[in-house]
Design a binder for this molecule. Structure first.
Ligand code: CA
Length: 229
């Protein structure tokens, strides 16, 4: 396969589900790696970091949520988008999954077509069309070629969703974005994501931007949405 082939790691202990996913991902042209357990997944990610990880919540041994937490707490792996698969459909679990750093969340039983759309969305996000764009707002600088963000010249680490959110805000400072507009722009129109997801990621973006001090630059506009500055 060519080196530019996007790669997807499927972490699922149930063989039938794992193979269905691998089959469909290969049919879409992805390079697919498989892991049956969280420990296998961590080893594989270390050996060959994939572009996207599909991670089942319920795994024997180390749970999917713990794997996600570990991946997102390490500098080398935190920018890899993680799509969590789960049988839990309760809103609290969904928010919990997003809070520990999952980039998206799909409830079983899922439609394979929908999951494929979400993989494409994650890939679009890490490989944006606006390559080479450099945006500045006050002391924040975003470079979409190197994926680096700095504030007051100090590096800010962001996950792919937060990076794209910030790029959207910085593209039009002062503009008020509704949650629905942010969903369209950052997550993509072809998938269903709850508007509360936007709040979770905006919260994460604010936290990252204020890590070294400084005021929160992302305003909440009552009953309207969010704006930068
Ligand atoms: Ca499972």
């Amino acid at each position: 396969m060519p080196a530019s082939q996007p790669s997807v790691l499927v972490v699922e202990d149930e063989a039938a589900q794992r193979e269905v996913l691998a089959y469909n991902l290969q049919a879409e042209g992805y390079d697919v790696a498989r892991a049956e357990s969280g420990d296998d997944a961590l080893l594989l990610v270390e050996e060959a970091p994939p572009d996207v990880i599909i991670l089942d919540w319920m795994l024997p041994g180390v749970s999917g949520i713990e794997i996600c937490r570990r991946l997102k707490s390490r500098t080398e792996t935190r920018s890899i988008p993680v799509i969590m698969l789960t049988a839990r459909s309760e809103e609290g679990d969904r928010v919990r999954g997003l809070e520990i750093g999952a980039d998206d969340y799909v409830v079983k039983p899922y439609s394979v077509a929908e999951l494929m759309a979400r993989v494409r969305t994650q890939l679009r996000r890490i490989r944006p069309t606006t390559v080479g764009m450099r945006l500045e707002f006050e002391d924040i600088v975003l470079d979409s070629e190197t994926y680096k963000v700095t504030r007051n010249k100090r590096p800010i680490k962001l996950g792919p969703t937060e990076f794209r959110l910030l790029a959207t805000f910085m593209d039009k400072p002062g503009r008020v974005w509704s949650r629905e507009q942010l969903l369209d722009r950052v997550w993509g129109r072809d998938i269903y994501v709850d508007t509360r997801t936007v709040d979770v990621h905006v919260g994460r973006l604010r936290k990252a931007l204020c890590k070294h001090g400084g005021t929160n630059p992302v305003r909440t506009v009552r009953s309207a949405g969010y704006a930068l500055g």
